[in-house]
Design a protein around this ligand. Structure first.
Ligand SMILES: [Zn+2]
Ligand SMILES: [Zn+2]
Length: 391
């Protein structure tokens, strides 16, 4: 396997720490995007900027094949005050790279340099650096700006670090891997009145309480027991005084699913339950449905190819061929709805060891020991999937 030189590993650890020092929130990744664009251009990539706001694509063509591959990294940080105590601690108070996107960007840049200098491949390499993975849907914004029309890809891949898994372990999973996330705000409009004269009012509070209970039956009575799903009512607000029937009530609901059909069925059923329950209490329900990220589904064939590359170049004890499903969400799911591919994980460190702290925690830090294997995996994937013709 092509390994990075010690000098390159040192260089990209420094790049990772530089990005870590200067974290930027969703759609504000200007410094990071400029750094990425400048490096790619210096190595001979054709660079396009401004996709989805601050997204960058670097394209490198070799040989004559019309095959293509897309590798994606995310660049955004989180609104968290850092507490790592590291020498490369964030210079921006209240903002930090607590999900390792600094590391994802550095791993892909390290691979980019290596492939530009001596990569053996035949086809088109598209390196996608996206903004706003953390809730902003930067992947979708890049696609709305014509990402895959301008840079067609036969297959796409992305890698996320995973605290709690041994450092450098590569984890794959075929099929649904990460949950969808959807949100709803429900306003129940009733008719307020005196608490002593409830028969003259239409009480939205009682309707809300009934809806909260009825929603509990969706996972238990409507969803296949073998399918993971979550309906959470996280907020219920109604009324101020003990002798007043309020005018309205508000519910905040979130939904997670690991199967696109289950997700659709649950949305329909949630709306039905709310509407019919409200109607039975003489209350009007206004439902604002906000679709979040889709279910992330790894393509069977592309995942098998990505796993085969790992098995060819890495020791077996460094590979987990079928990891667990996760209830977290990820906007690479939208890219995978358009182009088949695989989202894989690289262990950031076991619990209690360096890198073991969970993402989105103020003490989290990307494990720099992953720069070398992460970049080496990207290089191997490109060279194997876009292999040069055999003489
Ligand atoms: Zn995150
Ligand atoms: Zn992340």
């Amino acid at each position: 396997m092509d390994r990075l030189s010690d000098a390159a590993v040192t260089e990209f650890i420094a790049v990772r720490r530089d990005i870590h020092r200067h974290p930027e929130l969703a759609f504000n990744e200007r410094r990071t995007a400029a750094l990425v664009a400048a490096q790619l251009a210096a190595w001979g990539y054709e660079v396009s900027t401004g996709l989805g706001g601050t997204g960058v694509v670097g394209q490198l063509k070799r040989g004559h094949s019309d095959r293509s591959i897309g590798l994606r990294a995310d660049m955004d940080a989180l609104p968290i005050a850092e507490a790592t105590g590291a020498a490369w601690t964030s210079c921006t108070h209240g903002v930090m790279h607590a999900c390792g996107h600094d590391g994802h960007t550095a791993m892909l840049l390290a691979a980019a340099q290596h492939l530009a200098k001596g990569g053996r491949f035949d086809g088109t390499l598209n390196l996608i650096f996206q903004p706003a993975e953390e809730g902003g849907g930067g992947a979708l914004k890049m696609m709305e700006d014509g990402l895959f029309e301008r840079f067609p890809c036969d297959a796409i891949f992305a890698m996320h670090n995973m605290p709690g898994a041994p450092q450098g372990q590569l984890t794959f999973r075929s099929g649904p891997t990460m949950a969808s996330s959807d949100y709803a705000t429900v306003i129940l409009q009733g008719k307020g009145g005196h608490g002593a004269l409830p028969h003259l009012a239409n009480d939205p509070l009682v309707a809300a309480a009934s809806i909260v209970m009825a929603l509990q039956t969706i996972v238990s009575r409507n969803v296949d027991p073998l399918q993971p799903a979550v309906v959470t009512v996280g907020a219920l607000q109604a009324g101020e005084a003990n002798n007043v029937v309020p005018d309205s009530a508000r519910l905040e609901i979130s939904l997670r699913a690991l199967d696109p059909q289950v997700r659709r069925d649950m949305e329909r059923r949630i709306k039905e339950v709310i509407r019919l329950q409200a109607e039975s209490f003489g209350v009007r329900a206004d439902i604002q449905w906000r679709p979040g990220y889709a279910v992330l589904v790894n393509d069977e064939q592309q995942t098998a190819r990505a796993l085969a590359v790992a098995q060819k170049h890495f020791p077996a004890d460094q590979i987990n061929p079928q990891g667990d499903r996760l209830t977290a969400s990820e906007d690479f799911a939208f890219m995978l709805e358009r182009v088949p591919g695989c989202y894989l994980f690289i262990g950031n460190g076991s619990d209690g060891e360096p890198g073991g702290c969970s993402v989105h925690n103020p003490a989290y830090d990307f494990n720099d020991l992953n720069i070398a294997p992460g970049a080496a995996y990207w290089v191997a994937l490109v060279q194997d999937l876009l292999s040069t013709p055999q003489p």
